[in-house]
Ligand binder design. Structure first.
Ligand SMILES: Nc1ncnc2c1ncn2[C@@H]1O[C@H](COP(=O)(O)OP(=O)(O)OP(=O)(O)O)[C@@H](O)[C@H]1O
Ligand SMILES: [Mg+2]
Length: 342
């Protein structure tokens, strides 16, 4: 349903404040930033596909090219066989899109007026629009608030409305750029539940972007992790997790004392790499990728170099998407989407 082949895009960005002479000459200092580098993806009909990556990874750029807002530098994108550059009108008819969700609806109108506005943009006959609005308002759980002004809606309701209006012309493909940003955990959960019913019940193909690992894990049939504009891995969530190998991720919980657990772990011959380090009030929790399976766990505990450590537990754990991301990129994604080295 969606095909992306060799897609590349870069931008000129102004850097700092140019000197007075450059400004007079109208020559700002710029640098070239690669947003997407030869991206290849194939997304099947009815599939829920996530692009997972940190801030600046190229997620929004990919969505903007697919929805015909931005021209690629190189490569081909097709939606249901229609080329996004050569056949942009046909593509626009097939897709619903929500970028910067809650800002894409008009807060000074009611929910219903927003629906009617989008329905008229797509040229839907009035009675057809009325029926569609009724059905979609139920799906996005706004039926009882349709005649209230959007400015009185919660953030989650605005996001649901943004998704609702993008569905008014019955698109076969839905492009959603980070729709849960700014929602509290309840609002995020409600939106994800809504998306699941949409895809499972109505056969819509969804391309979804997020920097939240748990969302990609929960929602996706398949996902691709992108970093610095490049795809680093692709597959179903379990296929992606399994690339770390069975039984090779070990989690240690260690009571905090003067002993340098981090150094002992990274120096340890059985440890291939440190995947994460979190702290609670009394415990430090480390996840490591070991060089091989069971033997490594035993070696870690028994080893002399840990005699100063107060190890509370040590367990083989199922690899997470976060573990895979760290293993492939050497860094992790923070709650607000930034990249941080482990
Ligand atoms: N219009 C633009 N002009 C200049 N640079 C841009 C423009 N749009 C994107 N970029 C740059 O391209 C890179 C990818 O940006 P993009 O917005 O696609 O990332 P993203 O994955 O959506 O991240 P986020 O939304 O979290 O910032 C970034 O380095 C960004 O600064
Ligand atoms: Mg973005």
């Amino acid at each position: 349903m969606i095909e992306i082949a060799g897609l590349s895009k870069s931008f000129n960005q102004n850097v700092g404040r140019p000197s007075i002479w450059r400004r007079i000459a109208g020559r700002p200092v710029t640098r070239r930033v690669t947003a997407l580098k030869e991206l290849n993806l194939k997304i099947g009909e009815g599939e829920f596909f996530s692009l997972l990556g940190p801030n600046g990874a190229g997620k929004t750029t990919a969505i903007r090219i697919l929805c015909t807002l931005l021209l690629p530098d190189a490569g081909v994108c097709r939606v249901a066989q229609h080329d996004v550059v050569k056949d942009a009108r046909a593509v626009r008819r097939m897709i619903g899109v929500s970028i910067r969700g809650e800002r894409s609806v008009n807060w000074k109108l009611t929910g219903r007026q927003n629906f009617e506005y989008f329905a008229s943009l797509y040229g839907l006959p009035v009675d057809h629009a009325r029926d569609a609005i009724k059905i979609i308002a139920e799906i996005v759980e706004l039926a009882d608030r349709l005649d209230d002004y959007v400015e009185t809606y919660s953030m989650g309701m605005k996001q649901r409305l943004a998704i609702g209006v993008s569905l008014v012309h019955s698109p076969r493909v839905l492009l959603l750029d980070e729709p849960t940003i700014g929602l509290d955990p309840n609002g995020g959960g409600a939106l994800r539940a809504l998306l699941k019913t949409l895809v499972r019940g109505h056969g819509v193909t969804v391309l979804y972007t997020t920097h939240y690992m748990h969302e990609a894990e929960e929602l996706s049939d398949r996902l691709a992790i992108i970093n610095n504009g490049e795809k680093v891995i692709e597959g179903s969530p379990s296929q992606v997790r399994e690339t770390l190998g069975d039984g090779r991720v070990v989690e240690l919980q260690v009571a905090r004392n003067d002993f340098d657990v981090r150094k002992a772990l990274t120096d340890h011959p059985a440890v291939e790499e440190l995947l994460s380090h979190d702290s609670s009030s009394t415990l430090d929790i480390y996840r490591v990728k070991t060089r091989d399976e069971m033997a490594s766990v035993a070696t870690l505990i028994a080893d002399d170099r840990f005699s100063g450590a107060d190890i509370k537990s040590i367990n083989q754990v199922r690899p997470s998407l976060e573990d895979v991301f760290v293993s492939l990129t050497g860094s992790t994604i923070t709650e607000n989407g930034d990249v941080r080295t482990v």
